[in-house]
Structure formats: structure tokens, C-alpha cells
Design a protein around this ligand. Structure first.
Ligand code: MN
Length: 248
């Protein structure tokens, strides 16, 4: 093992559901952001496994973005017989099931976690919260949270000065890359809103008693290579992961 860095934290990243070619996949930017801070990325595809055993091997976790969470997973479902509006592709129930189990395990085991976009929504749903099915229907188009059909767009975000997130970012304002059409409606148990867009859409939440968990609605991985503020979210994850790895 001479010359091999064996202390670099192992960071799991949830992968997208299987595509039409039968392949699991994930945008490379997530892995590149982890590598940039010295982590070893490993993909966690939506397969049927013991999630607790999976996470026990890891030093940190990224709950990534992707398709919408199936609305029957939270109690804000549309009327029976209707399709949810503007649905992102097909929901993958196994991905939902695995990630819900991951959130529960992270809260118990204190595994350092960065929840991004869908990941933040999953955290909210796991804690009993609900989602806005489509932002434009309820908040209008004053702030563009993504361009059609699914193109990222930057918009400004105001961060609560007293929040842990403001300390991590070293800023109370940023203009990250956004790419979502859903948002948190009712907050999950214990969550606090720590950032909002100008239209009021919730852009970040935190659990005061869980410093190992960071959740943002935007996509830090898409600009982290150029924006130190966004890179700090991955630096925080790796710092927490390295501490957790050394304490076990
Ligand atoms: Mn947004």
C-alpha cells in the first residue's frame, strides 16, 4: 500500500435511477467536487441492498439531485387519476426508498452529509414535510429557478446571518446555480429555513442539533470549480468526514 492515500475520506454519492439503456448514471460534477477536496467518490445506485450496512462503510454522503420524489411518498399528492404537473421523468421508487432510509440512518449515525436539490427535498419529506409540485404554478416566474426544459440558471439567495450555513459559506448572500421546479412547502420536523430566493422559495434548511448535515436547494457542484463560496460546502463535508473517520 506504499504511496497510496488510505486516509482520504470515502464519500458515497446517490446515483440516478436506471435510464432507458439500463445504466445507472450521475453528472460528473458531483464526483469532481468531491475529488477536488481530497475525497474518494463512490456511486450508490438505486439497488436493493441493506442501506445501513452500505452507509457504515462510508465517511460521508452526498444526496444528489435528479428526478422528482414520487408524490405518494408525502401527503400532498394530486387528486387520484391525475398526473402530477410538469413531472420530471419517471419516479424511481427504489431510489426514493433507499434515500429515505439513508436520511433516517444519517440522523441516527451522524454520518456527515451534504443534501443537494432533490436531496434536500428528500430530507424534508423524510421528516414529514411536503413539497410544492411546481414552483411556477404557485410562486410565478419572478425568479427563474431553472430554464426549460431542464437547464440550470443562476439566481440570488439570501442566507440567514445567524445560521450555520452562513458560517460555512462565509457569506449571507450568494448567486448559485439553480435547477429545480419543486420546493419545500411544509417544513419537516425540526428543520429551520436558513436561505430563501427573492420570491420566498426555500433555498436551504438545517437542523440546529445536526451540524453533520447540510442541505441546499441549489447545485454547488455546478459552480464549485470557479466559486470558492460553493466549494466550501464540499470542504465542510470533507472536514466533517475526516473527523468522523478518525474518531472510529
Ligand atoms: Mn432556486
Amino acid at each position: 500500500m506504499h504511496g497510496v492515500e488510505v486516509t482520504a475520506p470515502l464519500i458515497g454519492l446517490t446515483a440516478y435511477a436506471r435510464n432507458e439503456q439500463g445504466r445507472f448514471h450521475l453528472p460528473a460534477a458531483y464526483c469532481e467536487a468531491v475529488v477536488r477536496v481530497g475525497g474518494l467518490p463512490v456511486l450508490l445506485p438505486p439497488v436493493q441492498v441493506n442501506v445501513k450496512a452500505w452507509l457504515a462503510r462510508l465517511d460521508g454522503l452526498v444526496l444528489t439531485g435528479g428526478d422528482d420524489i414520487a408524490p405518494d411518498g408525502y401527503d400532498d399528492r394530486p387528486p387520484a387519476g391525475t398526473d402530477p404537473p410538469h413531472r420530471n421523468g419517471g419516479a424511481d421508487l427504489l431510489r426514493d426508498v433507499n434515500e429515505l432510509a439513508m436520511v433516517e440512518e444519517v440522523l441516527k449515525s451522524r454520518l456527515p452529509t451534504l443534501a443537494i436539490c432533490r436531496g434536500m427535498q428528500m430530507l424534508n419529506v423524510a421528516l414529514g414535510g411536503t413539497l410544492v409540485p411546481d414552483i411556477a404554478d404557485e410562486f410565478g416566474k419572478r425568479v427563474v429557478h431553472r430554464l426549460p426544459p431542464r437547464q440550470p440558471a443562476p439566481h440570488s439567495v439570501a442566507v440567514e446571518p445567524e445560521s450555520r450555513l452562513a458560517t460555512i459559506l462565509g457569506a449571507t448572500h450568494c448567486a448559485p446555480v439553480s435547477s429545480h421546479h419543486q420546493a419545500i412547502r411544509r417544513l419537516g420536523a425540526g428543520l429551520q429555513v436558513v436561505a430563501r430566493a427573492a420570491d420566498g422559495v426555500i433555498e436551504a434548511v438545517e437542523l440546529p442539533e445536526a451540524p453533520w448535515l447540510v442541505a441546499v436547494q441549489w447545485h454547488p457542484e455546478l459552480s464549485a470549480a470557479m466559486e470558492p463560496i460553493q466549494q466550501r460546502l464540499f470542504e465542510y463535508l470533507i472536514t466533517q468526514a475526516a473527523e468522523a473517520a478518525h474518531s472510529t
